[in-house]
Structures are given as structure tokens and as C-alpha cells.
Design a protein around this ligand. Structure first.
Ligand code: ZN
Length: 332
């Protein structure tokens, strides 16, 4: 049993309280490798933004669970080394699928876990979420739960169609589970293909796809039912067209990749939405930069050569999100 407190990590309780009161959102960035982690920490340290490092089940399978945990521990020391005196870093399990997985992460030093039982019937979702909360709270680890189903694919999480969260269920769910935050479904979606072209309109000037707007009415209903309760948005990458274009220009094939417009995420950040999950944008920035570098430098083969601009592209993307979309800069 390792306590996250010994590792210098923090849970989400204070972060979310301040974010809800201050009208901003905390960035939750997924990481699977060193360059992503470096870019996240550099961006957070430079902007003095609290940050949530997210590890998915897929990341644990890819990079090894033990190694990722030690990387997060190293991230705290690294943040201090580069001048962030009091780093506010949370290590969070993204889409925990079972009690055992959540328990494993709590025992390993995670400061926050998500139990995603949203695909189960309502009463089973409550029972499993409560079981995780009861365990995690013994160690002051915060728990995110999910109600409603998102469309799209993120690692093993998939749902053919989205079902918006029902506002009439949230009070009962939050009260009976004791969860610390709630991921809701209001039209965001996992992956880089959040909407089909048929669901979108086209901007007549640019010819780009314009996705349908988020269901802010559902969000506002939920806020009315649970005033000040921390709300989480998954699947909130914007799929920046500059990176999609960069991928496509240098040999990629990403037709019709489309995300959530940043104006809508900015608006959501000012509400009770206090955690916004961004993963695909980092993948796109990294892949675009690597494709470009390798196309322009065909004789290079040292990974450090192409991973340096990839890391820089991710860092700039993270800074942009923190400063221009979430508004969490200067809050840590
Ligand atoms: Zn998610």
C-alpha cells in the first residue's frame, strides 16, 4: 500500500472546489509515454495550472502499470526541478472498469480514480460506484463516476450511440454513491471522429465540418439539481484542424476528423464543469509533428530528433488549452 500523499500528489477535492467557485476547469490529460508526460508537466509548470494526469486501462497495458505510477511520482519531482514550487498534480485512473482495478490503483498511489459503470443498469451502476467510493475514501482518494453514455471509442470504452445524462437521476445517484464528481453525457464523444459528416453541417467558407452543439440545456438542468457539484466532460478534444492537416499533408489519412469546438468548451468551463478530458488532441499534435519531421528529414533515424518537435507541439497545445480554453493558468 502506497499513499499518494507520500508521492507528493493531491486528490481532486480542493482543485474542483476552487475551479467550480472560480469558473474555470482543470485539464485532465492522458499520458502513455515519457514525451507526453514531459510536455504536460512543462505546460502546467509554465502556466502554474493544476493538472490531472490520466492513466487509462489501455495505457496501463501499453506502458506497464508500475512504470506509469513511478513516472507520475517522478513528474512531481520534475515539476519542482523546473521551478514549480508547489505542484498540484493529481494521478487519476481513467475509465476504471471494475472494483479490483480501482482498488489496485488506490493501493498503488493514485490520488483519484474513475469507476465507469455507466453501461450497467442504473442500480448496478450505483452499487459498484458506492463500493469503490467506500474503499477509496478510506484513503482520501477521490472518485469520479459516470451517468449517461458517450458515443465514440476511447481505448476499451465504446458505445454505439450516446444517451444524455438524465437530470432527474443525478441527485439520487450522487447522494447514494457518495461520488466526488460526475462525468455526464451532453454530446461530447471519445476519439478523433466524434461526429459523422451526416451529423454535421459544413462551413460554407472553409468547407470544414461543423459539429452539432453540446446539450447545454441538459448541463444547466444538472447544475440546478446539484448546485456546485463537480461535473466532468469526457471526450472533449477539439481535433485542431491544423494537426489533422499536418497529418494528412505528410502521408496520413484522417478524413473528416472532427471534435468539440473550443468556444463551447470555454463556455462549459465557466459552469460547474470543472474537469475536461483531452487525449486525442495530444495524439494528433504528436503524430502530425512526427510525420512532418520525418518527411522533411528522411535521413534522420534518432528518435530524439523527431520526438523533440513532437514534444514541443504537445506542450504548445497543452498551454493553449490551459490558457485559452480552460482558464486554469495561475491557479496553482
Ligand atoms: Zn473518457
Amino acid at each position: 500500500m502506497v499513499s499518494y500523499k507520500e508521492l507528493g500528489l493531491v486528490n481532486t477535492r480542493e482543485m474542483f472546489k476552487k475551479a467550480v467557485a472560480g469558473g474555470y476547469a482543470i485539464p485532465a490529460f492522458n499520458f502513455n509515454n515519457m514525451e507526453q508526460l514531459q510536455a504536460i508537466i512543462m505546460a502546467a509548470a509554465e502556466t502554474k495550472s493544476p493538472v490531472i494526469l490520466q492513466v487509462s486501462k489501455g495505457a496501463r497495458n501499453y506502458a506497464n502499470a508500475t512504470l506509469l505510477r513511478y513516472m507520475a511520482e517522478g513528474a512531481v519531482a520534475y515539476a519542482k526541478e523546473i521551478g514549480w514550487e508547489n505542484p498540484q498534480i493529481c494521478l487519476h485512473l481513467d475509465h476504471g472498469s471494475s472494483f479490483e482495478l480501482c482498488k489496485d490503483c488506490v493501493d498503488m498511489g493514485f490520488s483519484s480514480v474513475m469507476i465507469d459503470a455507466s453501461s450497467l443498469p442504473y442500480e448496478e451502476n450505483i452499487a459498484l460506484t458506492k463500493k469503490v467510493v467506500d474503499y477509496a475514501h478510506q484513503y482520501d482518494v477521490t472518485v469520479e463516476a459516470e451517468l449517461g453514455v458517450l458515443a465514440g471509442v476511447e481505448d476499451e470504452v465504446s458505445a454505439a450511440e450516446s444517451h444524455y445524462t438524465k437530470p432527474e437521476e443525478v441527485i439520487d445517484f450522487a447522494t447514494r454513491t457518495g461520488c466526488d464528481s460526475l462525468a455526464i453525457s451532453i454530446g461530447t464523444s471519445h476519439g478523433a471522429y466524434k461526429f459523422t459528416p451526416e451529423q454535421c453541417t459544413r462551413d460554407p467558407k472553409t468547407g470544414r465540418l461543423v459539429p452539432p452543439p453540446l446539450a447545454f440545456n441538459v448541463l444547466h438542468e444538472i447544475e440546478k439539481k446539484l448546485p456546485g457539484f463537480p461535473i466532468v466532460l469526457h471526450g472533449s478534444s477539439s481535433v485542431p484542424q491544423e494537426y489533422v492537416d499536418m497529418c494528412n499533408q505528410y502521408g496520413g489519412n484522417l478524413p473528416n476528423a472532427v471534435g468539440i469546438p473550443e468556444e463551447q468548451l470555454r463556455e462549459a468551463s465557466k459552469s460547474a464543469v470543472c474537469k475536461i478530458n483531452i487525449d486525442s488532441d495530444s495524439r494528433l499534435a504528436m503524430t502530425g509533428a512526427i510525420r512532418k519531421y520525418l518527411a522533411e528529414n528522411p535521413s534522420h533515424f534518432d528518435p530524439r530528433q523527431y520526438l523533440t518537435p513532437a514534444r514541443e507541439a504537445m506542450k504548445q497545445m497543452y498551454i493553449h488549452k490551459i490558457v485559452n480554453v480552460l482558464g486554469s493558468n495561475g491557479k496553482a
